[in-house]
Design a protein. Structure first.
Length: 654
């Protein structure tokens, strides 16, 4: 109720009355509480607006009415989505006779053509709030509809029409809907803008999800900051199998070809498509979609998929007389597999407006029955591969059961019982000096690192952004910080007065952050934490900095990686010669680096470059003073340092 009614000013006495009640009408609740509809006002929420409009165009394609979608990002920060579908209806709405159906859809919550099965068999946007929310949170929206050989146009500003629906007259060789919108800086802030790479990846994933559609991408050249193309035509007849092949790159896999397929459900119930490949090493992942909508939190369709694979492996084990197969769970069967799942079903039910988890109960049964049957045939047709997969799953099951029985989870050198943080992807070796813990920033980088690591000796702990600055925080705040608590638990050696280097669970602790200013800041915060709370790590030479590259440079069959701008220029002069163009791409972050490249450049002990954090005893007092000056509670000390050293800075590459 708090989203529809807001109390006015009250002096705390008895003056609270009906006049203090404010009623929000139309799209005002969206502007007042955008988080309820798109999850917030951050970068993820901003790009969710693009997804809402693009999903409407994809629904037209999936329904068989559109074959082409154009997605464009203009220099002024506006996004245009254009399809050749049927076009939004423009005739008067039977309930609102003074408004066209187009205006009703753009200005009224819970309106649209997806509540009745006659308009769409399968669709993602079933709440009827998508495009109206985009309209409410944009300072400018222009909609053009080409329908029945006539062109119509209407403009909106912050959810309200700026004029009536215009009839622009006859039009030839054009049909469908074009929506152009510009996010409102009053909602998202003036500094938050669309990232071309993120929108391009969204459009590309949609093209993979529905092979029958062609998506044309364009972006104003002045907005391109990486290797994202300014123009591209996206069409992938191979669907998810192509998508999986591109994602895995050159990563070693178990089977020569992925377990992939697609099935049209009977009686027009929809479709199920999947692609699954097991990795030789590293942890796997599963990405799922429903009616082209990403479901990052999974749901009933993923449950059916996981059940089909685990049941299939267990059944194969029973057929071959392997009694150990009975202990396999879905986590064991899919622990080292990379999978993609896409379903199209009628009337999907999601948890929350942002549709991050599918809750339709029938989806689990449909997916499980379809995939299980095909997986059984795939295993029986490839007995050697089936045996390898079965053994890998059994190994994981036995490892899981062994760890469950252990009363202590620390290494042989540790004596205390530890509760390991859930985000930690631990290694399997019990030899401390052979193991490494990589501390990475964010779940995205953590996912790439988990796929790139050597599971036996390398553990991954993702942290959420920038940790607490321990030099300026009090003891109470330090004790309440979850990220630092997780880090302390993972290391097992305590911190502060309770620090015991003998209980350390890993031979090396490696800080692996992005090769940019933010990454350097996070690394500085972590080094400060270790210096103050775990100085023994530095004294024993166990703390390291990874050196991920900033650039990838290729010419013909030659590829090199540069760690910074100076190194890039050096490689251009020494390694790349001739007139052939050198392709230079800048990594935006570890989360966007393919696992194979991350392994080869940063994590493979035979190829990587590490910097050991070293502090001689005679320099400790000076170092303590410098850290207190730069990281302590007195900002004037930092300003003084900047003023004293500014003259030494010749150029800053931002």
């Amino acid at each position: 109720m708090s989203d529809l009614f807001a109390a006015g000013k009250n002096d705390g006495g008895d003056s609270y009355s009906a006049k203090d009640i404010k009623v929000l009408e139309g799209l005002e609740p969206v502007r007042q509480r955008p988080g309820m509809y798109i999850g917030g006002t951050d970068e993820r929420a901003l790009h969710h607006l693009v997804a809402e409009v693009l999903d409407n165009a994809m629904d037209e394609a999936v329904a068989g009415h559109a074959s082409r979608i154009e997605v464009g990002l203009d220099a002024d920060g506006a996004v245009t989505v254009d399809d050749n579908g049927r076009g939004i209806p423009v005739d008067p709405h039977p309930r609102f006779t003074d408004k066209s159906a187009l205006e009703v859809i753009l200005t009224t919550l819970h309106s649209g053509g997806k509540f009745e099965q006659g308009a769409y068999a399968t669709a993602g946007g079933l709440h009827g709030v998508g495009v109206s929310v985009v309209n409410a949170l944009s300072d400018e929206v222009n909609v053009e509809v080409a329908r029945e050989r006539r062109l119509w146009r209407q403009s909106f500003r912050r959810g309200k029409p700026t004029g009536p629906l215009e009839d622009l007259g006859p039009v030839q060789n054009r049909r469908g809907t074009r929506v152009r919108f510009h996010p409102d800086p009053e909602i998202f802030g003036a500094s938050l803008t669309f990232r071309p790479a993120r929108i391009y990846r969204l459009a590309r994933s949609k093209a993979y999800l529905y092979p029958g559609v062609e998506i044309r991408w364009r972006c104003a050249p002045e907005l391109i900051q990486d290797d994202t193309p300014s123009e591209a035509v996206l069409r992938f007849p191979g669907g998810l199998a192509d998508y999986l092949t591109e994602n895995l790159g050159e990563q070693p896999v178990v089977a020569p070809a992925a377990f992939a397929g697609q099935v049209e459900l009977p009686d027009g119930q929809g479709r199920v498509e999947w692609a699954l490949q097991w990795l030789e090493y590293g942890d796997g992942w599963t990405t799922s979609y429903c009616n082209t909508i990403p479901t990052p939190q999974g749901g009933s369709h993923e449950n059916g998929f996981r059940s089909a694979i685990s049941r299939g492996l267990k059944a194969h084990g029973e057929l071959t007389g392997n009694k150990r197969a009975a202990q396999i769970t879905a986590d064991d069967a899919l622990g080292g597999a990379a999978g993609l799942l896409s379903v199209f079903i009628r009337d999907p039910q999601f948890q929350g407006q942002t549709k991050e988890k599918l809750s339709s109960p029938e989806a689990q049964r449909l997916v499980e029955n379809v995939v299980k049957d095909h997986f059984d045939h795939w295993l029986s047709g490839s007995p050697k591969i089936a045996e390898r997969l079965l053994e890998k799953a059994i190994d994981r099951a036995e490892d899981r059961l062994r760890r469950r029985k252990e009363k202590e989870v620390s290494r042989k050198t540790a004596t205390r019982k530890l509760r390991l943080p859930g985000k930690l992807a631990d290694c399997t070796s019990n030899q401390r000096d052979d193991t490494e813990l990589f501390i990475v920033e964010g779940d995205s980088a953590g996912g790439s690192a988990k796929s790139a690591r050597k599971r036996e000796t390398q553990a991954i702990l993702p942290l959420r952004g920038k940790i607490l600055n321990v030099m300026s925080a009090g003891a109470e705040k330090l004790a309440q910080n979850q990220e630092l608590a997780d880090l302390s638990l993972a290391l097992g050696c305590g911190m502060g007065a309770r620090f015991n280097p003998e209980d350390l669970r890993y031979g090396k602790v490696i800080i692996m952050t992005d090769a940019d200013v933010d990454g350097a800041h996070i690394a500085a915060l972590l080094i400060t934490f270790f210096f103050r709370e775990m100085p023994g790590l530095v004294d024993q030479g166990r703390l390291y900095l990874a050196c991920p590259p900033l650039y990838r440079m290729s010419q013909g069959g030659k590829t090199h990686y540069a760690i910074d701008d100076r190194h890039r220029e050096e490689l251009l002069k020494t390694e790349f010669k001739g007139k052939a163009k050198v392709e230079v791409s800048r990594f935006k972050g570890l989360g966007e680096m393919p696992p194979a490249q991350l392994r080869d450049t940063t994590m493979d002990p035979k190829k990587r470059r590490l910097l050991r954090v070293d502090l001689p005893a005679e320099d400790r007092a000076d170092a303590a003073g410098l850290i207190e000056r730069l990281m302590g509670r007195k900002p004037e000390k930092r300003l003084e340092f900047i003023q004293d050293n500014a003259r030494f800075v010749d150029d800053v590459d931002v």
